[in-house]
Design a protein around this ligand. Structure first.
Ligand code: C2E
Ligand code: CA
Ligand code: CA
Length: 558
């Protein structure tokens, strides 16, 4: 059964009303009103279902034109078409009807076929227009839909070959989290309000569309300066939206240089630029360029090759010795990974670790490294070398894994290694990100006997105050920090000060990145317990380190 559409008949003359109702009833459900006021009440009640209104003009209480102008000025009803019933087909009547916003008119006396045809045509017209509008505009924000935006942008570029344009895409950081925390309707409101701000900001200089969920797009004539400061107005207004104070919007700009590229591709490039600054403090705008493209290709090839590289044993452990600063005796090593790539040669971790941190592979590589280090330690035990500790790097992603303490405990157990000989280096910045969970995990690891080192201390924002409450054993001073120390005489006091605090907290201190005699003298004088750096030795293959250790052992033994 086809659902009948609903038509409202507004006519004061009972006989006329019944006649019209009878004609329409064959095709429609009919609602009847005697005058404009009654009709408004029915409209209010049935606005969602009424497809068409037949309206008489001359009526008591509220006449047809008054009703029509009220109806057309209210957005809730204005899209419902109205057919006016006139006494004659005089041009003046027709003009009056159409000028008040009627879609069509019919003349008394009623001719059933004409009435039914006109009704069907008007309803059909309205429904087609509604579909077109739905495709043209995004329902939630009222911005152009992606398809329509692309079509309009293409037209604008074609029509204005001499003008220069940019495609700018925006992406709201952690929008999913916002939805989870404040609810979907708050999320919708954020998108609606942000779209409004965007549209106002762009004004008549460009067009705006919604690409998907939380991504918007603008085509704008070049002229704006896209620095971090170019969007403060828009950012400030977005911050006014409820709960949006901490919302961060990243913008990516693609300057239209090559008009043969599809608009969709231009949007992808702008989005790539926006994604490239995700999570970066204080950076809100990025420009797409060839460099970015190449970087993404490089990252992609690393991602494509990593699984195979792990399987084929292309990742190798290098060890960099650590010495006690007093007698320069060997005190252990840090394990640093290298990738022996079959075509590209030896790759340093700076090239691939950040990619693995992004794509999640880091947790697997780290476990591999820890296992290899355990193998090495077991081998040394077997050969009877004096107990030496090796520190390994632990990524923040590793710490979010609740099984980490169990996993490491069973690993050292399997290799028969004392957990105290496996030092875990956790970068300082991880401590400031999610201190609660991290501290919990680290406390647990310490209870199991592992030694915890805070890596890169001085590179981030952690305060000395914070140190008091952290379950750590060793403070590893960032090399940049030591470098600054050398450069600025006025900061010379900082190093001894930090070390005195570390002393009080019973933390041992390692200075890494020691490259010169001068730096060594200074960190030693300041009271650093251990040193590591090119001045003493670079990271080397495990075999070489073993030789060095054997010689040192012989020297001590001799
Ligand atoms: P890091 O943990 O801070 O490691 C110290 C880095 O400084 C190493 O670079 C080391 O070779 C380098 N270095 C040592 N002494 C000196 C010196 O005197 N001067 C200079 N300029 N540099 C020195 P590398 O091996 O390239 O590692 C870079 C970073 O990659 C490491 O920084 C660490 O964050 C990460 N990484 C390396 N291996 C692993 C791993 O197995 N797992 C994880 N998660 N990260 C790793
Ligand atoms: Ca380290
Ligand atoms: Ca470090």
């Amino acid at each position: 059964m086809v659902l009948k559409r609903t038509v409202l008949v507004v006519e004061d003359n009972e006989i006329n009303r019944e006649m019209l109702t009878a004609i329409l009833s064959s095709e429609y459900k009919v609602l009847e009103a005697e005058n404009g006021r009654e009709a408004l009440l029915l409209l209010e009640q049935y606005k969602e279902v009424i497809s068409l209104v037949f309206l008489d003009i001359i009526m008591p209480v509220m006449d047809g034109y008054t009703f029509l102008s009220i109806m057309k000025s209210d957005p809730a009803y204005s899209s419902i078409p109205v057919i006016v019933i006139t006494q004659s087909d005089a041009e003046s009547d027709e003009m009056a009807a159409l000028s008040h916003g009627a879609a069509d008119f019919v003349v008394k006396p009623y001719q059933p076929q004409i009435i039914l045809h006109r009704a069907a045509n008007i309803i059909n017209l309205r429904e087609t227009a509604a579909v077109v509008n739905q495709i043209k505009y995004d329902r939630l924000t009222g911005l152009y839909s992606k398809e329509f935006f692309c079509q309009r942008a293409r037209e604008i570029l074609l029509r204005n070959p001499d003008k220069e344009y940019d495609i700018i895409c925006s992406d709201i950081e952690h929008f999913k989290v916002y939805n989870d925390v404040f609810g979907v309707s708050a999320g919708d409101r954020l998108l609606r309000d942000a779209a409004k701000v965007l549209k106002q900001g762009v004004g008549s200089q460009g067009i705006c569309g919604r690409l998907s969920g939380d991504q918007f797009v603008i085509l704008i004539e070049r002229g704006w300066i896209y620095s971090n400061e170019a969007f403060p107005g828009i950012m400030k207004e977005i911050a006014q939206i409820p709960h949006a104070k901490t919302v961060i919007v990243r913008w990516g700009v693609y300057s239209v240089t090559d008009r043969i590229v599809s608009i969709e591709t231009m949007c992808d490039r702008a989005l790539l630029a926006a994604a490239s600054i995700k999570g970066q403090y204080g950076k809100y705008v990025a420009q797409y360029d060839e460099e970015l493209w190449k970087k993404l290709l490089r990252e992609q090839s690393i991602t494509d090759e990593m699984e195979e590289a792990l399987e084929k044993g292309q990742f190798e452990i290098y060890l960099q010795p650590k010495y006690t600063s007093g007698d320069k005796g060997m005190a252990g090593a840090e394990a640093l990974v290298r990738w022996r790539h079959p075509q590209k040669g030896m790759q340093s971790p700076g090239l691939f670790i950040p990619v693995f941190e992004k794509n999640g592979f880091i947790t697997r590589l780290d476990q591999y490294v820890w296992q290899k280090v355990c193998e090495i330690l077991r081998e040394w035990n077997r050969k009877g070398y004096p107990a030496v500790s090796v520190s390994v790097n632990v990524s923040r992603a590793d710490i979010y894994n609740a099984d980490l303490p169990d996993m490491l405990t069973s690993m050292v157990g399997m290799y028969g290694i004392n957990p105290a000989s496996l030092h875990l280096e956790i970068t300082e910045s991880a401590y400031t990100e999610n201190p609660g969970q991290l501290i919990e995990t680290v406390r647990c690891l310490r209870e199991r006997g592992f030694v915890i080192e805070m890596d890169d201390f001085g590179s981030g924002y952690s305060s000395l105050n914070m140190l008091t409450n952290l379950p750590i054993d060793v403070l590893k001073l960032d090399m940049q920090f030591i470098r600054n120390e050398t450069a600025k005489p006025e900061e010379q006091e900082i190093l001894p000060f930090i070390i005195s605090i570390a002393r009080r907290l019973k933390l041992r201190v390692v200075a890494e990145g020691v490259e010169t005699m001068e730096q060594f003298e200074r960190v030693k004088k300041a009271g650093c317990d251990y040193v590591q750096g090119y001045f003493f030795a670079k990271p080397m293959p495990a075999g070489e380190f073993e030789k060095l250790m054997a010689e040192a052992g012989r020297m001590i033994g001799d």
